[in-house]
Structure formats: structure tokens, C-alpha cells
Design a protein around this ligand. Structure first.
Ligand code: NA7
Length: 460
């Protein structure tokens, strides 16, 4: 019943939609807002979890479902001294002010060039007096091709919802795009160019998810695809020196999350925009009036920290989660997540993770829906049978962890630091890439989980 106005809707529309869903299903009565959980401790004697809130509140619950998100623990660049001394306006993109920020005529600095920064930069550049982009690592961005949805198109989309959702169930990452069945070198140069041009002109992740099947595993194939995008960047940025700075050199196409853009590269042709490569001229400190690099001080009215998240396990680390014998989850995961199906952890009975590490983390809405249904299925099964304790076996966890690690071998994305490999250089102990996600494709993930459910969860 919802009429979407755009193919990639903006924040206000997303919020309206979520409120609509909450109202429609009368969900608010089950939600306690503005509640930060600080600790969750398992008690064996009662087979329950004790939950502590920041405001001193306490709850006891038999089952604990964590649905705390993979990108919900924002991180500031704390290696930069002087952040608190800045006298102008500043914020992390995650804590964006509710009121509209007016950039007109202002001198704005932004640190970071991930997917969030790319979206911010292309908008802010429209009105800012001066925009300075402090870039550490460029990313491979491709056009989003957003567009408005007319009434007729919406009618057509609505009629095809079952077909669209069925299609998403067949692809590895649950998008409408699936890989081209050919390997890169099975196609002629003309066929390759034709596929890449076609996908580059299509909306969303068409090029990322709909590329030749070996693009993200074969180095030579990846290098060719990278060169295609590099040439697109060169053709869009007038100054060849700036263009080269915007082309990633330390990772291949598609090996980190691909930012979608609308006129991002053209922004760097504008006279009011400057790209500062902070590998060449590192940021030394934030001052009262701006940002000081090794070359000069940039005077700024606004500083935006688009510096990302302690992803996937960060939200877990920020809660004092303790299982049997007071063992801390953060310590169990010190060398990387260990889970069964991305849902259970041995030694943490009755805790179920929706969209947990090593689970099927892909197109978020599609895969979260499956995850939530599976987790609630377990609880329903237990409740109906009076089962009061559910725990994955140590063997189950080590088998699943080994399986996930084996599947992740050979994927170029797992060699490079990014939030998808759990790297955040602002967080101690998260400096090197790890395999954080199940990479066998969501259909295979569902097969595993469905089989476990069908067997009455006995393999837990
Ligand atoms: P990302 O993709 O993690 O990007 C964070 C950016 O901030 C990235 O360019 C980082 O550079 C940069 N960064 C972080 N810390 C620093 C410091 N200390 N100095 C300079 N630059 C820094 O987060 P986003 O919010 O853009 O996107 C997250 C996901 O949300 C996105 O992929 C979508 O899936 C939704 P680096 O690359 O580490 O050199």
C-alpha cells in the first residue's frame, strides 16, 4: 500500500515508511524508546538474561535477541588531536542534527570518502562556499541512477512484488542483480565492454552484483574491471592529477563496499571544491578554526566526520555481554567471531543474534527478514515445548566457523581492510582484515538454516 516516490528513497521518506509500518502493526506498544543497554549477563540458575540499562533500569528475560545492527557503532578519528578544540559546528554523520544544516556560503571540511561521505559531498558541494574533502583512501564509486517513480510505474512495481522478491531469493546477495554466468576471459574484449557499459548505465548495484562471475576472485579479471571504472573516473574529472587521486590504488574494484553516486566525480571539477590527499599531507590536528595538515591550515565553519563504524561486532563490544561462568563475549571473539549460523555462540545460551557475524549478511532488508523469521522460529519452537535452555554446541560452532572461513578464502574482498572485513583503524585490535560474513551466497545459507530447523534444531 506504500507508494514510493524514488527508486532510492531519501531519509525522510524512509522514516515515514518505518513509522507507517510501526503504526500499521501496532508495534509501538512493544518498543521502549531511548533505552541504551549497557550489560547483559546470563544466569544459569534461572536460565535467563539480566539486562542492565544506562538509566539504571533492569530487566530479566529468558531469551535475548540481539538486533543491534552491523553499522550502528560510530567511530571518531581519535588519532587526530584537538577535535574538541574546534569552535565551529561539527558532527559525525551518524549523529546528524535533526534540524536542516545550512551550508550556503560556509567553509565546510569533511573527513572520509566512504559511501556516506560520497552522498554528503555531492549534496554539500551544491551550496557550500568552499568544501574541502580530506581523503585517506578513495573508493570505486559508480552512478546510482536514482529516479522518480510515477504512479503508473509504482502500479507496475506493486504488481511485480512477488516476482521481484522471488528473484531476490535466487541471487547470492539477494539483490535483483546476479552474476553474469561467464568468466571474464571467456568473453571477447567487445563483449566485456558491452556488459560493463550496460551495467554502468543501470541503477544500483548492477555493475557490482551483475558482473562476470570471477570479478571478485580472479586478480587479472578484477584488474580489467578496475581499469574500466578508472577510465570512467578519468573521463569525468577534468584535472588528471585529481582524477588519479580519486582512483583507488590499494584495492580492486568491488572489493570494498561500492558507494553509489550522483555527480560525485563532477564535484571535483567545481571551483569551490578541493580534494586533499591526507597521505601526502597528513592531518596534524584540528584547531579552534579548522584543520591543520602538514602543508597548511584550512579555515572551516563546519567539520563533518564521515569516519564510519566499528562494524559487525562493534555494537556487541560496546555492551558488557557475559555468558556462562561470567565469560565475556568480547574476549571469546578477540580473534574474530565464532558462531553457529551467525545466530548462536557456545557458552551464551538463549542468546540469538539477528544478523549476527558469520551469518547471511547481504541486501539488508531481504536478509534481515529471513534472519528474524528464523530466530523467532527457534523461540516459538522452544516456547511450544517448554524448552528453557538453547545453546549451540562447541563442535557446531567450530564447524560453522571453519566452514565460513573456508568459504571466504580466495575472495579478494577479504584481503583488504574495510568495514566488511571488520577493519577500523580507529579501534584497537581491529587493524587487520578478517572474514566476518558468510560468503557462500544467501540461498546456500538458507539451505543450512532451513535444514537445521527441519531437524528440530537438534544439531545446535
Ligand atoms: P566507511 O565506509 O567505513 O568510511 C569511513 C571513511 O572515513 C573512510 O573513507 C575512511 O578512510 C575514513 N576515515 C576513518 N577514520 C579516519 C581517520 N582517522 N582519518 C582519516 N580518514 C578516516 O563508513 P561510511 O559511513 O561511509 O559507510 C558505511 C556503510 O554504511 C556503507 O558502506 C553502507 O553500507 C552504509 P579509510 O578507507 O579507512 O582509509
Amino acid at each position: 500500500e506504500w507508494d514510493w516516490s524514488e527508486h532510492f528513497s531519501s531519509q525522510p521518506e524512509n522514516e515515514r515508511y518505518l513509522n507507517h509500518v510501526a503504526d500499521k502493526f501496532d508495534l509501538r506498544r512493544d518498543i521502549q524508546f531511548n533505552t541504551r543497554v549497557t550489560a547483559a549477563h546470563y544466569r544459569e540458575d534461572t536460565r535467563s538474561w539480566e539486562i542492565a540499562l544506562e538509566d539504571g533500569g533492569r530487566y530479566t528475560t529468558r531469551f535475548l535477541i540481539t538486533a543491534i545492527g552491523v553499522l550502528s557503532a560510530p567511530t571518531m578519528p581519535n588519532n587526530i588531536p584537538g577535535i574538541a578544540s574546534f569552535k565551529g559546528q561539527s558532527c559525525h554523520t551518524h549523529d546528524w542534527p535533526r534540524e536542516c544544516v545550512d551550508f550556503a556560503g560556509k567553509r565546510v571540511g569533511i573527513i572520509g570518502t566512504g559511501a556516506t561521505a560520497v552522498q554528503a559531498i555531492q549534496e554539500i558541494a551544491k551550496t557550500a562556499g568552499r568544501l574541502t574533502v580530506f581523503q585517506r583512501t578513495p573508493n570505486w564509486c559508480v552512478p546510482q541512477h536514482n529516479g522518480r517513480i510515477s504512479k503508473e510505474e509504482m502500479r507496475d512495481i506493486r504488481a511485480r512484488y512477488p516476482e521481484i522478491l522471488a528473484l531476490c531469493r535466487t541471487t547470492p546477495s539477494c539483490y535483483i542483480h546476479g552474476p553474469d554466468p561467464r568468466a571474464t576471459f571467456e568473453a571477447t574484449p567487445e563483449e566485456r565492454a558491452a556488459l560493463w557499459e550496460k551495467r554502468y548505465a543501470e541503477p544500483g548495484f548492477a555493475l557490482w552484483q551483475g558482473n562476470f562471475r570471477d570479478t571478485l576472485t580472479d586478480r587479472a579479471a578484477n584488474a580489467l574491471a578496475s581499469e574500466f571504472i578508472a577510465n570512467k573516473i578519468r573521463s569525468r574529472v577534468h584535472d588528471p592529477v585529481v582524477a588519479e587521486k580519486l582512483i583507488p590504488k590499494n584495492h580492486g574494484w568491488g572489493t570494498r563496499r561500492v558507494p553509489l553516486e550522483t555527480g560525485y566525480y563532477e564535484v571535483f571539477n567545481q571551483r569551490n571544491v578541493e580534494l586533499v590527499d591526507i597521505n601526502e599531507t597528513p592531518i596534524e590536528r584540528v584547531t579552534a578554526g579548522g584543520i591543520q595538515t602538514s602543508r597548511q591550515e584550512y579555515e572551516l565553519d563546519i567539520i563533518i566526520y564521515a569516519t564510519g563504524f566499528d562494524a559487525i561486532t562493534g555494537a556487541f563490544d560496546r555492551i558488557d555481554i557475559r555468558g556462562v561462568s561470567n565469560v565475556r563475549l568480547k574476549e571469546v571473539w578477540a580473534n574474530g567471531p565464532q558462531t553457529y549460523l551467525g545466530v548462536f555462540v557456545n557458552g551464551f545460551p538463549n542468546m540469538l543474534m539477528a544478523m549476527g557475524p558469520h551469518g547471511g549478511l547481504s541486501n539488508y532488508t531481504r536478509t534481515a527478514e529471513y534472519s528474524v523469521e528464523w530466530v523467532t522460529g527457534v523461540i516459538q519452537y522452544a516456547s511450544e515445548r517448554g524448552i528453557t535452555r538453547i545453546e549451540a554446541t562447541a563442535a557446531g560452532v567450530s564447524e560453522w566457523t571453519d566452514h565460513v572461513l573456508a568459504l571466504g578464502q580466495g575472495l579478494l574482498a577479504n584481503e583488504i581492510g574495510s568495514w566488511m572485513t571488520g577493519v577500523n583503524r580507529n579501534v584497537e585490535g581491529k587493524q587487520s582484515p578478517r572474514i566476518m560474513r558468510y560468503s557462500g551466497g544467501h540461498p546456500a545459507y538458507r539451505e543450512h538454516c532451513d535444514a537445521v530447523a527441519a531437524a528440530g534444531y537438534r544439531q545446535l
